[in-house]
Design a protein. Sequence first.
Length: 532
Amino acid sequence: MKLTLPSSLCIISLFRILRITCTMAAVIVLSSCSTDSTFNKDIKDSRSADRWFQQGKERVQKRKAELTQTRYGAVEKAEKRRDKKDSKAKNIIFVLGDGMGVSTLTAARIFVGQQQGLLGEEFALSFENFPYTALIKTYSVDLQTPDSAGTMSALMTGVKTNEGIISLPDSVQRADCTSMPKNSLPTFIDLAKAKGKSTAMITTARVTHATPAVTYAHSVDRNWESDEAIPAQEQAIGCTDIASQFVNNESRSLDILLGGGRRHFLPKEEGGKRNDKRNLIKDWQQQGEYASTLAELETMVTKAEAENSSDNMKPWLGLFSNSHMGYAYQRPVEQPSLQQMTAAALKRLKKNKQGYTLIIEAGRIDHGHHDGTAYKALTETQELHETVAWLLTQVDTRETLIVVTADHSHTLTLAGYATRGNPILGDVVANDTKGYPKQSASLDLAGNSYTSLGYRDGPGAIDAEHHSEKDNAEKNGLAKDDPNYRQAALVPMDYETHGGEDVALYAIGPQARLFSGTLEQHWVFHALKYAM
Ligand SMILES: [Zn+2]
């Protein structure tokens, strides 16, 4: 049965009413509730940031106990000694591929391997040989398939929250300033700063975009990147935009923030988005260093290198593009690469004898997928792979914990019985009955060839009303490996959606052993906290 929008809304409302009824009045037995009592209980229990936090903390203790006990229950001395020896990580590097699901990793592995002349499938991305691996459950308190704000908040505050919320508990209502709690959740960056570490967040997205924003801002709406996005009545209550939170907070925990997004720091009159006529970049330059190009970033690095310690260094802000930075495959030369930003940050971070916390986001894997263009997502993943490969030559993993993961997945799928070594962006060529590749591409029921990669939904969909995008691609003669080629999708949508399945996590360094099994996403924070 096809539901019309009002009737689906009605069912959702009914569901919410039932859920509330269930949680409030256990004595009233409603059959529709009793069939789903566990779910209702979980939702009720989860409406508490304290509970999420406590649950994560306890899981770390449990894991530690598991690691230090033999199956007979006796404490293993050698293990205990080892644990004491490498108990803390001086430095923590947390690398996040935005939207880098497991299918993206498989496709990127083949993509990079094939560029090196290999068949591809046997290649390993730089972090795939890390000794510890886990699967991460990514759901938010209110979403089965989550967004970046809720997921990064879980990773950075140790508490699961709702869609669109930046480092605040799930008790807040989206876009409702009156629901702001008195105390914000401290982020992992705040904890690192309190321990005397130097801190950095670098991204290829806008620095005010959901993922990076979580490390320094607290907002009831991820879209409040600058003031013009906040309704007047919400501003009157006192909610401030994400860009201004970074610049105005003199006790900020981040020493370095690099990425794109100048437009949220500039007034409309100067080509930005701000309504309040403030030029936040000028305000920033009163207190910190600023770079808008790779050359200016290099000048900042040279200046920092002349310093003996990090104590007296001013904080850095680098905004290298108006909105997101360019995709890696076509990034303008004046914009630094993810690796160049990482290298710049690392040179300064290493000045602190007490260590550092560095968060790196390949922010545009997600955008390539939303656009239905696998080439863009894979080249962005390749940039993350190369950055981690380079990092491994620069840091000592005996004192530096490196964790590589994703906030959520996408609907990319790799299928169709392509022969071994088939070009990952190409049409499926299957094997013959003897196991050798056929001479021509496989055909679907309508007689058309099809690619190995596809999406569950998005602009690449072919249907009677919405088929124009893919049709255009083919009419314009776009090759299957063209950056703008849209892989076939099933459900027609303007943007491809996130995927709700687990993502992978890879770890190396002190306490990397904590990461194994299938873990709740907010638990990653507690393991990082334990390791620091
Ligand atoms: Zn996304």
